[in-house]
Ligand binder design. Structure first.
Ligand code: ADP
Ligand code: MG
Length: 296
């Protein structure tokens, strides 16, 4: 297995408060790896260390084979990162921004124009291609920022909460674009607050809790610990009156509904998908089940 990212004993504190606590993990080349955690968990700090924007206090990290501290320019040449809106020039149009970025990345004039047209279409900005970015909404700006990180095909693509601020359709489009990149061999390291997003995209998920990895495994492994959907029954006032955990299968949903029938339950039924809270509850409370770290 070729390793794209290797992290050993990585730690970082801000003002004496530990944010990243002796992390160890490796990401294989071509893998899509998701770091799942709530706000403040340390996701951006880890991305910043891996992309050479911040230095760690202790431990080491290698990206694309190079030490992020000692050989930062070698790393920078092989990665791309979202969230660099600073790179966007407000006075230029969307197309001009992408072309400029592509030229800086070494593409010829014609190739840069072609790439820009493709990305503008992929990120649903065609209607706004000729408008100066100053007039863009937050969501459009976000999509342009994302488009820039796909200008070149890097060895490792870092996406820090890529779908935050996007509507459902843009989110699904972006998932497709990320999958396409992964298919062509690019390693993808992404952070998210959404279990569903990690589940949709990742080969493996690391759950970040208190600066440590609380669980690490495939989505199937993680979900088997979290459990499936929950059938909820709400009364006329909308209050939750009954919850039945299921594994999400048709047969099990039928069992849950039969159970409600037997109980003579009345009300409105909804299906709740597992949330990040459920993940944390599962990985931090179930000492009885084998640790997913053992599966890593
Ligand atoms: N430059 C900084 N100075 C002080 N505290 C910081 C700095 N950057 C991040 N933090 C703190 O570190 C913690 C983790 O932040 P961050 O990595 O941004 O989390 P996430 O991206 O998961 O939301 C937060 O409590 C945040 O306030
Ligand atoms: Mg963050």
């Amino acid at each position: 297995m070729e390793t794209a990212i290797e992290v050993q004993g990585l730690s970082k504190a801000f003002k004496g408060r530990t944010v990243v606590d002796r992390l160890d993990f490796t990401v294989a080349r071509g893998e899509v790896f998701a770091l799942l955690g709530p706000n403040g968990a340390g996701k951006t700090t880890i991305i910043n260390i891996l992309t050479t924007l911040t230095s760690a206090d202790n431990g080491s990290a290698h990206v694309a084979g190079w030490d992020v501290r000692a050989r930062s320019s070698e790393v920078q040449r092989r990665i791309s990162l979202t969230g660099q809106s600073a790179a966007v020039d407000d006075a230029l149009t969307a197309t001009e921004n992408v072309v400029m970025f592509a030229r800086l990345a070494g593409l010829g004039r014609a190739a840069a124009k072609r790439r820009a047209a493709d990305l503008i279409a992929q990120f649903d900005l065609t209607d706004a291609a000729g408008r100066v970015v100053r007039t863009f909404s937050g969501g459009m700006r976000r999509r342009l920022d994302l488009a820039l990180s796909f200008v070149v095909t890097p060895q490792v693509l870092f996406l820090d909460e890529p779908t935050t601020g996007l509507d459902t359709r843009s989110r699904r489009d972006l998932w497709d674009i990320i999958r396409e990149f992964a298919r062509t061999g690019t390693t993808v390291f992404l952070t998210t607050q959404y279990l569903e997003e990690a589940d949709q995209l990742a080969d493996r998920i690391a759950v970040l809790h208190d600066g440590r990895i609380a669980a690490l495994g495939t989505p199937a492994e993680l979900k088997s610990r979290v459990g499936g959907d929950t059938v909820e029954l709400h009364d006329g006032r909308g209050d939750l009156v009954r919850e039945i955990p299921t594994d999400g299968s048709v047969a099990d949903l039928r069992r849950a509904l039969d159970l409600l029938d037997e109980e003579g339950a009345d009300g409105v039924i909804t299906l709740r998908r597992p949330t990040l809270d459920d993940v944390f509850l599962a990985v931090t409370s179930s000492a009885a089940t084998p640790s997913m770290k053992e599966l890593a």
